[in-house]
Structure formats: structure tokens, C-alpha cells
Design a protein around this ligand. Structure first.
Ligand code: ABU
Length: 374
């Protein structure tokens, strides 16, 4: 049943992942690319027409199917009285360059969550760590500019634009890493010996989980220790925790560690957390629940994500969660945990950069800064 629109005030405000959502950005799939190879990433999908070294747009039929699901999500959210904005896609097929490097293509504008994070009244543009994503913020700038004009209290911040020269990446990382046994990969993840060097601060916004005063930031293939240090210095009123999980390809925290409401985190069982993190939650009486097993065995073709997009949910309020419609075990688990579930088909969006949390960015949630770990 449609309800009155609640987002007209156009204030930027979101302190956590669960307060009642009133204003959100939903991404668009238009023009998304299998990006050209670069030091951070190469794609090798010969069976789908993209052998290593090639790049190009995702097929039109896939793009149309993803847009249909994104548009449907937007309508579902609007039907619940949530204001929905959409980014302006760019020509992502164009080459990009800075004075220090050039890159044959960009990527896309779907995973808004990777590029931007709202922390209170601050909208922060992440550094990103792929050259193909260096200019991705431009797809969102018209919206950010409009928020800045409308809300005199909004803080518009951008982390230092990174250089992304060869010095930011361990040379030959992927060839050596892919050959390692899984336990050695995990050991390297734990030691922080991943793709990125510490030459400069690097982080993707999707590696940040917001729990009020506490921010948990995953060190990953996109986020280095310097990036976490920068966030800690930039946000002195928060406690910024750097965390790792036993995940051989850590890339964004939102399919591994997903806060659902005060006192409850959904956790990917295949990616155990550090004892220290679990202890931190336990002493504060938080419950860590292992997410239900995904329905799918793997992500769809041309997707860089894992099947754990099943738990990449969008919390609409502390009692309501938007979940991928085919993830029936996850849906049942959330019902059992006391949530209302809004199922939406979203699997066709996965090749464009992720799931429901990846594809959205909360601009306004009702609520204030709270300390859930006093
Ligand atoms: N970008 C979210 C997906 C991460 C994962 O598949 O584990």
C-alpha cells in the first residue's frame, strides 16, 4: 500500500545500516563495461566472450534485464514512500587518463555503494582503487550537487584522489596469488599482504559497515591500511575498526558482515571473523547469526561477485529487509529473526556490480548518532 512521501526535506543523514530509510539512490546499469585490464584487476571470461586482455560493454539484453530489476526496485521503494534518485550514466566505454597513466575503459554506475558513503550529514566520496573507477564519482555528482544546494547542513567531502601509479599495486600480484593454496591466501589476507601497497590511502566505501559510533572497515583487495587510517583521522568522533575475514578474495564487507538492527549482525559462515571482532560484539551483547546458505552455487556469468550476494540485503527499517526474491532460505531466516521481508528479483543485476546493498546508497535515514558499544 503506497504511503505518503517522506523524503521531501532533502536532508542528508544516515548513521547506520538500519534506521528507517526515507531517501535513497538506486544505480543504473546503462553502459556498464567489462573493464579493460589494469594493475588492480583483469577479467578472464573466455566462455562469455571476454578472454583476458579484452574489454567491452555488457550485452544489451543483460543490461536491459538489469535495468528492469533496478527500475522495479525503485518503484517498490517509492511505493513505500521512500524518495528514490538515480545517477546519470556516463560513456563508460571511453578511455580515461591522468598525467600518470591511461586506461582503456571505465566500468559503470550501478554499485553506488562502492563509491559513496553517508555518515551522518556527511556524504563522502571514496578514493576507489581501480583506474577504471577513478572517475565513477562523476556519475553521481549531479545528485550530490543538488543535495548540497538543498541542505545547508550537508558536509560534502572527498577523500584524497589517489595517484594509482604502479607504486600502489604489488607487482605481479595476481599471477603469484592465484597459484597459492587457499590457506596461504587466507594467511596473506590476515597479514594484509594483498594487492594494494601502502603508498597512499585507498578504500572503497562498500568496505565500511556503519553501526552508529562504530565503523567496521574491511581491509580488502580495494581497501588498504592507509585507507583505514585516513578514515580514522577523518572521523574523530567515530571508532573506526579495521577488520579482516577468512576470505581469499575480500572485496566489500556487505556480503560478509551485514548489520541488520541494533544487536544483530548477519555473518557469512564461509568467511570466519577474527576472534577479537566476535569478542567485541559478544561483550556488548550483540548476536552474530550465520547467514542462510545461498540458493545459487555461484554468481552469474560476467559477475565478479560471489553467491553470497544472497545476504547483500537492503534494510528498510529495523523490522523490514529487502531481499533478493530467489533467496528463499535467506528470506525464511529473516522471517524467523522477526523481520518483515520485501522480496525483489535482483539476480540479473549481479553482473553489473552486486546486489541490493551494492546497488543503493542511503541518503537519509531517520535517527541520530548512537553508541551501540558503550
Ligand atoms: N560487492 C559485494 C560482493 C562481495 C562478494 O561477493 O563477496
Amino acid at each position: 500500500m503506497p504511503v505518503a512521501h517522506q523524503g521531501d526535506s532533502m536532508k542528508v543523514n544516515a548513521w547506520n545500516e538500519w534506521d528507517p530509510l526515507t531517501h535513497v539512490i538506486v544505480g543504473r546499469a546503462d553502459g556498464t563495461m567489462v573493464q579493460a585490464p589494469e594493475p588492480a584487476v583483469f577479467r578472464d571470461w573466455p566462455e562469455e566472450g571476454f578472454p583476458r586482455g579484452t574489454h567491452g560493454p555488457l550485452p544489451e539484453a543483460m543490461t536491459a534485464a538489469a535495468n528492469e530489476q533496478l527500475d522495479h526496485l525503485a518503484r517498490v521503494l517509492e511505493g513505500r514512500g521512500i524518495r528514490v534518485d538515480r545517477p546519470r550514466p556516463l560513456d563508460f566505454s571511453q578511455p580515461v587518463a591522468t598525467p600518470e597513466w591511461s586506461q582503456k575503459s571505465m566500468f559503470g554506475a550501478m554499485p553506488v555503494r562502492d563509491v559513496l558513503v553517508t555518515i551522518g550529514n556527511e556524504l563522502l566520496e571514496a578514493t576507489m582503487s581501480f583506474r577504471s573507477r577513478w572517475f565513477e564519482y562523476l556519475a553521481h555528482r549531479p545528485l550530490i550537487e543538488s543535495y548540497f544546494r538543498a541542505d545547508p547542513d550537508m558536509r560534502w567531502e572527498a577523500a584524497p584522489k589517489p595517484r594509482l601509479t604502479e607504486a600502489s599495486y604489488r607487482e605481479g600480484f595476481w599471477d603469484a596469488y592465484d597459484a597459492l593454496p587457499p590457506e596461504e591466501k587466507i594467511a596473506r589476507v590476515r597479514r594484509g599482504e594483498l594487492l594494494l601497497t601502502e603508498a597512499e590511502p585507498l578504500f572503497d566505501a562498500a568496505d565500511i559497515a556503519r553501526l552508529g559510533k562504530d565503523l567496521f572497515v574491511q581491509r580488502s583487495l580495494a581497501t588498504n591500511a592507509a585507507g583505514i587510517r585516513w578514515l580514522r583521522q577523518h572521523l574523530p568522533d567515530h571508532r573506526v575498526h579495521g577488520v579482516t575475514f577468512e576470505n581469499a578474495h575480500p572485496m566489500h564487507i556487505d556480503a560478509t558482515w551485514v548489520p541488520l538492527r541494533p544487536g544483530l549482525v548477519l555473518h557469512c559462515a564461509e568467511r570466519p571473523a577474527e576472534e577479537e571482532l566476535l569478542h567485541h560484539l559478544k561483550v556488548n551483547a550483540w548476536q552474530v547469526v550465520q547467514a542462510a546458505t545461498p540458493q545459487r552455487q555461484a554468481a552469474p556469468p560476467l559477475s565478479a561477485c560471489s553467491r553470497w550476494l544472497s545476504m547483500n540485503v537492503l534494510v528498510l527499517d529495523p523490522g523490514t529487509v529487502c531481499v533478493e526474491a530467489g533467496e528463499t532460505a535467506q528470506i525464511e531466516q529473516l522471517y524467523a529473526l522477526g523481520f518483515d521481508v520485501v522480496p525483489v528479483p535482483f539476480w540479473d543485476v549481479a553482473p553489473f556490480g552486486g546486489g541490493l546493498h551494492c546497488a543503493t546508497l542511503d541518503i537519509h535515514r531517520e535517527g541520530m548518532l548512537q553508541d551501540y558499544f558503550p
